[in-house]
Design a protein around this ligand. Structure first.
Ligand code: NAD
Length: 251
């Protein structure tokens, strides 16, 4: 049986570990040729090697998502190698828990560059290839922290809010090219980003907050949502926000 992404070429950023890794592995399993892009070169190589060992196609590429020239090189290389880009998952991101009182200007800029500017750059640089193909699916990984506040993590919330509305306006702008743009809003997911916070039961309870399912999710539970948005099954979805949060924002 053909995979749900058979014949597609997908770039996943931040794919060396955590949710990006789960997305890269799942997309490859479903037939996509996957670009495992990350600033962690060795770990990204390992992910691509494992995908290839399972008989699927992947390449690892070192990418700092906040650098325009690196995006340009990456997309040129992918188009040269595989001829097109069908799917972009703007997943790479960093966490910053500082509230405004502690937050420095440097940290604000770093978080906004890696979490928000990166998504603008990714969209801008894959656009020519997607326009040429007459279709595409772009998925921006935001957060429930892009929908609600928490009383901390000021730069992180701002960056994830930017991702949410960038998604909606770009979806409207690019619809004429048959390019769909959607955001995913994960709740608390067990990844290297949250491992330490979840180890301490008191921290874990605070972090889980109003998650009505009462547990953190595994990365694959978000990857399954990304797979749906990447595939043609979501052909009438654009400018949407897919909330995968165990009911956190239901209350
Ligand atoms: P993670 O820290 O496990 O993985 C993030 C990946 O991004 C890492 O491989 C890291 O090397 C990469 N990265 C960081 N800066 C980069 C840069 N400048 N260029 C390229 N790659 C870079 O985190 P995760 O939990 O898998 O998070 C993935 C995405 O999901 C992030 O955008 C995060 O903000 C978001 N998110 C996470 C949670 C959660 O609970 N874990 C919840 C909501 C949203």
């Amino acid at each position: 049986m053909a995979g749900r992404l058979e014949g597609k070429v997908a770039i996943v950023t931040g794919a060396a570990r955590g949710m990006g890794k789960a997305e890269a592995e799942l997309f490859a399993k479903e037939g996509a040729k996957v670009v495992v892009a990350d600033i962690l070169e060795e770990e990204a190589k390992q992910v691509a090697e494992n995908i290839k060992k399972n008989g699927k196609e992947a390449i690892a590429v070192k990418l700092d998502v906040s650098k325009a020239e690196e995006w340009k090189k990456l997309v040129d290389m992918v188009v040269e190698k595989w001829g097109k880009v069908d799917v972009l998952v703007n997943n790479a991101g960093i966490l910053s828990m500082a509230g405004v009182e502690q937050l420095t200007e440097e940290e604000w800029d770093k978080v906004m560059n890696i979490n928000a500017k990166s998504q603008f750059l990714g969209i801008k640089y894959v656009l020519p290839a997607m326009k040429k193909a007459g279709k595409g699916s772009i998925i921006n990984i935001s957060s429930i922290y892009g929908i609600i506040g928490s009383g901390a993590a000021a730069a992180y919330h701002a960056s994830k809010g930017a991702s949410r509305l960038l998604t909606k306006t770009v979806a409207a702008e690019l619809a004429k090219y048959n390019i769909r743009v959607n955001s995913i809003h994960p709740g608390v997911i067990r990844t290297p980003m949250t491992d330490d916070l979840l180890k301490d039961p008191n921290n874990a309870k605070g972090l889980l907050g109003t998650t009505v399912l009462g547990r953190p999710a595994e990365a694959i539970e978000v990857a399954n949502g990304a797979l749906f948005l990447a595939s043609d099954e979501s052909s009438f979805m654009t400018g949407s926000e897919l909330v995968i949060d165990g009911g956190y924002t239901a209350l």
